[in-house]
Design a protein around this ligand. Structure first.
Ligand code: NI
Length: 225
């Protein structure tokens, strides 16, 4: 399931992050990929674990965790520290699939179930640079306002197209979900969304209590914690 999550970061948060990112050093994006990714990845990123990446990453993670749509659609168990990347002057990241298991500095491993891009540049700032995700419904091109996020299954083939003008700055992260299967997560999200809509329209009654119970019982059956 792909989902657009609007308003993760406020315009002030985006502005302040962009100013800090513009004033710092970037490294070759190939530092964080395997041999297959290295052949197709051409961009710049903040060094993993650098003080600025850690500080800004905490702001991005906290904003996502506080967003009801992110929580309900992703059911996050562990969020990996966000990366920050920049594309300009023809830089791109060709078609690839993200590695399934990410090793953390502590030695712990996290399974990448959901990939998330938080856009820090507005679409008018650059040409090209679409995030392109291929799934069973076809090819989706994504280019969102600064501060908005997209979540998509880490299992999908995706790419970032060449940036032909301007600069595309974004934050990117992986999440291990409580529910590893994308289809089950999508069903839980749909159920939750409609329970909320019914509650807003009709208030709580016995049927809604039973439906809410059904949601939690499915989560009990499928969740890993
Ligand atoms: Ni990727």
């Amino acid at each position: 399931m792909m989902l657009h999550i609007p308003g993760v970061l406020s315009p002030d948060q985006v502005k302040s992050m962009r100013a800090r990112l513009a004033a710092t050093d970037w490294i070759d994006g190939r530092a964080s990929v395997g041999s297959q990714g290295a052949q197709v990845k051409r961009n710049r990123q903040l060094a993993e674990g650098s003080p600025l990446a850690v500080e800004l990453g905490q702001v991005v993670s906290a904003a996502l965790m506080a967003h009801p749509l992110f929580f309900s659609s992703v059911l996050p168990l562990r969020i990996l520290p966000p990366y920050f990347n920049g594309y300009a002057g023809g830089e791109h990241y060709g078609p690839h699939v993200d590695g399934a298991i990410r090793a953390q500095r502590s030695g712990a491993t996290v399974r990448a179930d959901v990939s998330c891009t938080v856009f820090l540049s507005d679409p008018e700032e650059y040409d090209g640079g679409e995030l392109t995700v291929i799934d069973t419904y076809g090819t989706h091109e994504v280019k969102l306002p600064a501060g908005d996020a997209i979540v998509y299954p880490s299992s999908s083939v995706h790419e970032v197209r060449k940036v032909e003008r301007g600069e595309r700055v974004a934050s990117f992260l992986w999440v291990q979900s409580m529910v590893r299967d994308d289809g089950r997560r999508a069903m839980l999200f749909e159920l939750d969304t409609n329970i909320q809509a019914l509650r807003a329209q009709h208030g709580d009654g016995p049927a809604l209590v039973a439906l809410t119970g059904h949601y939690h019982n499915l989560l009990r059956m499928w969740a890993e914690t």
